[in-house]
Design a protein around this ligand. Structure first.
Ligand SMILES: Cc1cc2nc3c(=O)[nH]c(=O)nc-3n(C[C@H](O)[C@H](O)[C@H](O)COP(=O)(O)OP(=O)(O)OC[C@H]3O[C@@H](n4cnc5c(N)ncnc54)[C@H](O)[C@@H]3O)c2cc1C
Length: 380
């Protein structure tokens, strides 16, 4: 193989691909990343950046919440290192969160009790709080429809577009070859071995190992989809957001209720999300979706009534039933790996995904057991 052969070629430059590049570089591997559009500009830009962990009691060991918890632990250190390396602040803040249970919800008491049980089992701090305490914590939140809430003091957030910028800068500084407008049309295979990729404009990139991190588009790679049927089930799930500019401190914690959320940035930007729509790869916002999110925001923060959002946007999550990502070597192939299907939590899960993939690429043991998330062949 010639000197221009990378140790690792990564297809897709969202947060999952960038995290993998970052962790591979730290293990001394040479890295090329090919991105069809711009780095970090799809789901990884559009996401709300919540780093929240709401574990249910454990049903297997490890389970999805163990994966989440292990990844969330890495975010603070990640942000600190990237800030030092690049002078770009990814905006990691431990702001806490309130999960609201509305009055009259017949399942609220049981769900809330199970969440507290799951949190206690795993050492996640969580506390049941009533209306008086909520008023003290967040004076602007409308209380009348609330039965109670769970307070998660250690939940946090990150400015995901800035996190991506910092990762891009850091990877470039450390010598990664990072190409935008480079759409991979085909993986380059020699029998059952991956040896690189070919772009739609005919350029061939050689590598010893290839990782596909193509978000909602991962299922378009037929070699993957044929070998790992679950990859065919990764589907685009559109999420719309709206965003207000408020006075800083109108809300200080993440607020989640009835599958929607408010994310207050420390500078007063307030994100309201999000819809869950199965409409293919369409990333337009709709008047209905935007109006629904505005109504949700006004319901919980009446100070927003009569204010206009400053922006609205949408993009597609890499949806996969059960919210479980797939990560690891593709069975029956040498040198081919996949990391995809992170659905609603890919920003939170990115640093651990990167560590897992980089460890496998370097021939090391992953930092946690990954059996439940391994790609499986058709006959499994
Ligand atoms: C509205 C919304 C809110 C969200 N909120 C949160 C949140 O609060 N917290 C959280 O943890 N997660 C959140 N998410 C989910 C999170 O954003 C995703 O799980 C995560 O960004 C997925 O990262 P990714 O790198 O797999 O995908 P992407 O960011 O979509 O990156 C995949 C990349 O692959 C590229 N690509 C595709 N095909 C090719 C090809 N053939 N060749 C080259 N490149 C290719 C694409 O252009 C893209 O840049 C949210 C998502 C949305 C949409």
């Amino acid at each position: 193989m010639s000197a221009s052969v990378s140790d690792v070629l990564i297809v897709g430059g969202g947060l999952v691909g960038l995290a993998t590049a970052d962790a591979a570089l730290r293990r001394g591997l040479s890295v090329t990343v090919l991105e069809r559009e711009r780095f970090g500009a799809r789901a990884s830009w559009a996401g709300a950046g919540m780093l929240n962990n709401r574990p249910w009691p454990r049903t297997q060991d490890p389970d999805y919440h163990d994966l989440m918890r292990a990844s969330l632990r890495l975010h603070e250190e990640w942000a600190e290192r990237l800030r030092k390396e690049t002078e770009i602040d990814p905006g990691h803040v431990v702001c806490g969160a309130l999960e609201i249970f509305v009055a009259g919800d017949p399942q609220a008491a049981e769900q809330s009790a199970r969440l507290l049980e799951g949190a206690a089992e795993r050492g996640v701090r969580a506390e049941r709080v009533g209306r008086d305490r909520i008023r003290e914590l967040e004076p602007q939140v409308e209380l009348s429809a609330i039965d109670h809430a769970l307070l998660y003091p250690d939940d946090g957030q990150v400015r995901n577009p800035r996190l991506a910028k910092a990762l891009i800068a850091s990877c470039r500084q450390r010598g990664a070859r990072m190409l935008e407008a480079a759409e991979v049309a085909d993986l380059a295979l020699e029998g059952a071995r991956a040896v690189g990729a070919v772009t739609s404009d005919g350029r061939r990139f050689e590598a010893k190992q290839v990782v596909v991190c193509a978000g909602a588009w991962t299922g378009t790679f037929k070699e993957l989809a044929q070998r790992v049927p679950r990859i065919q089930r990764i589907e685009p799930v559109r999420g719309q957001l709206v965003c207000y500019q408020t006075e800083p401190g109108m809300l200080t914690r993440l607020l989640t209720a009835e599958h929607r959320y408010l994310v207050p940035r420390p500078d007063g930007l307030l994100l309201v999300g999000s819809t869950m729509e199965r409409v293919g790869f369409d990333t337009t916002t709709t008047p209905e979706g935007q109006a629904e999110l505005r109504a949700f925001a006004e319901r919980w923060l009446p100070a927003l009534v009569d204010r206009e959002p400053v922006q609205g946007w949408a993009d597609v999550r890499p949806g996969l039933k059960g919210s479980h990502p797939i990560m690891g070597p593709v069975p029956g192939m040498t040198g081919l790996f996949v990391a995809a299907g992170h659905f609603r939590n890919g920003i939170g899960l990115a640093p651990l995904t990167g560590e897992v993939l980089a460890a496998l690429l370097a021939g090391q043991k992953p930092p946690i057991p990954i059996e439940p998330w391994l790609p499986r062949a058709a006959q499994d």
